[in-house]
Design a protein around this ligand. Structure first.
Ligand code: 6CS
Ligand code: FE
Length: 303
């Protein structure tokens, strides 16, 4: 048993600590609610999420709501071009905006979306707890120049670099433009959430300054990827604007670059269970900054 530094909390998901790359079994439920609890959506969606590790909910938001999100998306992009705040990540080798973090605090529109009951009620059910926003971001994936997000498990990063103890968190990705199968949609490996990918290598200092543009540490080995895809295949999550891709914190996912004229812009909200609030990182580096992971201001979303 590996014990993390100065925390005496057993590190059941140790990674990037000198071990060889390998797959180990998940130690946490996927759906934390009991079968007796009535879900806020059709039970079939819950079953799909449990088995596959993700589910796509179509037509969650109305065209008018989507139009408001799109206007805010563009307003924030234009504002960031002049302000260059720390919340903004640009694409490598271009000034194109790749991501804007912390929008659940900096934007009135996305603050309201983050706490919308169509999202939060489902998050509370799946995590069977009060929830708070661990991270929020807009991924722009602009036309022609939107670059890839290499394969990764979000949980591996949030565990190692942010100190998220267990797999009791999930992401909701709201499609703000159409996610086609050709403009860099989220690609997921069904069922991969049941195995934790131990990564080789280490965690460089200030890793986020590079990883959010191009992630090279905390990524699975080729052999682990071959094994996961042989078991589950690869699925692209497509949907019209206003759909919601709900995916477990540990599912293996990534996305290709976008060379089409059609941007693939999504808003991501990460809901973490209050009982799973982050502790110190499980790696030897300093905690990541507040705009990437909520640490100082952990407040459950009020009912
Ligand atoms: O490091 C992180 O927290 C971010 N990185 C990726 C590629 N996905 C999750 C999250 O946005
Ligand atoms: Fe991710």
């Amino acid at each position: 048993m590996v014990f993390s530094r100065a925390k005496l909390m057993p590190d059941v998901y140790a990674s990037r600590n000198g071990q060889n790359a390998r797959l180990v079994g998940r130690r946490d439920p996927v759906v934390h609610a009991s079968k007796e609890q009535a879900p806020p959506v059709d039970r079939s969606f819950i079953n799909t999420y449990n088995e596959q590790g993700f589910v796509v909910l179509n037509d969650v938001f109305t065209p008018d709501e989507v139009s408001t999100f799109q206007q805010e998306l563009e307003r924030l992009r234009a504002a960031q071009k002049s302000q260059q705040s720390g919340d903004v990540i640009t694409e490598p080798n271009s000034n194109e905006v790749r991501s804007i973090f912390r929008v659940h605090e900096s934007s009135r529109v996305f603050k309201a979306l983050a706490v919308d009951e169509r999202l939060v009620d489902l998050a509370r059910y799946l995590l069977d707890d009060e929830v708070y926003i661990h991270q929020s971001r807009l991924n722009y994936k602009p036309g022609f120049r939107g670059k890839e997000f290499y394969w990764h498990s979000d949980f591996e990063t949030w565990h190692v670099e942010d100190g998220m103890p267990r797999m009791r968190a999930l992401s909701m990705s709201i499609t703000l433009t159409e996610n086609f199968d050709y403009n860099g949609p989220l690609m997921l490996i069904p069922g991969s959430h049941q195995q934790y990918v131990v990564c080789e290598g280490e965690t460089p200092e200030d890793h986020h300054l590079a990883s959010l543009q191009k992630q090279e540490y905390g990524v699975p080995s080729d052999d682990c990827m071959k094994s996961l895809t042989a078991q589950g295949g690869i699925v692209s999550a497509t949907g019209k604007p206003g759909s919601v891709i709900v995916f477990d914190c540990n599912i293996m996912h990534g996305s290709n670059g976008n060379i089409t004229p059609f941007p693939r812009a999504n808003a991501f909200f990460v809901y973490n269970a209050l009982s799973n609030k982050i502790v110190n990182p499980f790696c030897a580096q300093a905690p990541r900054p507040e705009h990437i992971c909520t640490r100082k201001n952990i407040i459950p979303i009020p009912k």
